[in-house]
Design a protein around this ligand. Sequence first.
Ligand code: TXA
Ligand code: MG
Length: 425
Amino acid sequence: MAFATTSASGQQSQAIDKDAAPSPSIFHTKVLSINLDDLSSADSQSSINLQTAIQQLRSGNIIAFPTETVYGLGADATCSAAVQRIYAAKQRPVDNPLIVHFASLEQLRTLLGGPIPKIYESLIERFWPGPLTIILPLPSPSPLAPEVTHSLRTFGARMPSLPLALTLIQQSGLPLAAPSANASGRPSPTKAQHVIEDLNGRISLILDGGSCDVGVESTVVDGLCEPPCILRPGGVSMDEIRQCRGWESVVNAYASSEQNTQAPSGVNMHVSLPTSSGDNDAAIGPRAPGMKYRHYAPRAPVILVDAQAWHRLDELIVDARKKGHVKIGVLRTRSPESTGNGWDQNGENGGQIEEICIGPTVKAMAHGLFAAFRELDYRGVDVIYVEGLSVRTEGRTSAEKDANDEDGEAVMNRIRKAAGERIMV
Ligand code: TXA
Ligand code: MG
């Protein structure tokens, strides 16, 4: 079968057989930049690059593109062979369904062949376009490729807010199935460079629109059940969702996928978490199928140190040295950057500390978390200690909240799922 190869100009030099089964073909991956301001002129390089991307999508190929959350790996959601190429390129488990991206409500209604369930009205009004995915009943017959939803009778729909993503979807005229554009299990990409690291040679084209603003993926909500629930925390917080009509009593349905990371309160714990990626853990069984897999992990092992245990960092570093770790990564969230006092920064044993501070606001942490994981990998650290946040998502009264009480749940969820070990006090 023939996959497209790209010439130096980025143009497709060979047609692909749209319906053929995917193979792990080697591509010459092109990175094409797009500047939105240049799209008004049809002759500009950005317009040419956008048309190249659209052409690839229409011929059943897959491309990486930016959204406001993370980079996505997009395919025509109605074309089975194209969607299969996503799973092959990412090496994603086939039972982990994809989100379908739309540019307008009209495009979504056309696909549904009917109205959007009323429960979503208030959320759509407030958060679309934006980092929120809603679960919808699959129409029957469904125009979506069956691989998008695996065996589910529902599908996830999202309208991204990044103008480049909206323009791509709108001009292609296609609903785009798009998971995050990382290799399965790795941190999601927030820059084109991250996509290259994971998928170079596995996809033909990356549209480079700069760095993603939000930095964590969309919040996934299910309003088809009672009470409605959050399947994955993300760019829209639980507090924000609770303020919407019909969503006042929304519950968290993803905690079960983290149950192995929860400690009984008041107990000293130092727990080891499962390190496998992609195992089918029926005992955990979260409702968003993707949440049962280990995710977001850099190459170096991640150790989550709870906020209350962070004062033990020096002691933990000494332990790490004893275990033979030479280069130690420290990822700070709330605490200020250290002066390095008392640390063996470049000690006699050749030990070194590589420190990155991604806080202090939750917005900054979300924006910087995945990039920081990758950066610590470039620096060649042997282990990464991450400072946890204290977050409470349940049972908060409005009197308890104040302007500084941001919801760090999406950030903590990503750290928990990347961590192989957790230090608790
Ligand atoms: O921000 C985002 O959502 C990014 C950008 C590219 O849009 N996409 C993204 O996709 O994070 P992905 O595939 O990495 O994560 C999709 C999540 C998975 O946890 C999956 O299990 C869940 O959404 N999901 C998809 N369809 C579902 C369905 N029908 N029911 C329940 N969960 C679903
Ligand atoms: Mg993902």
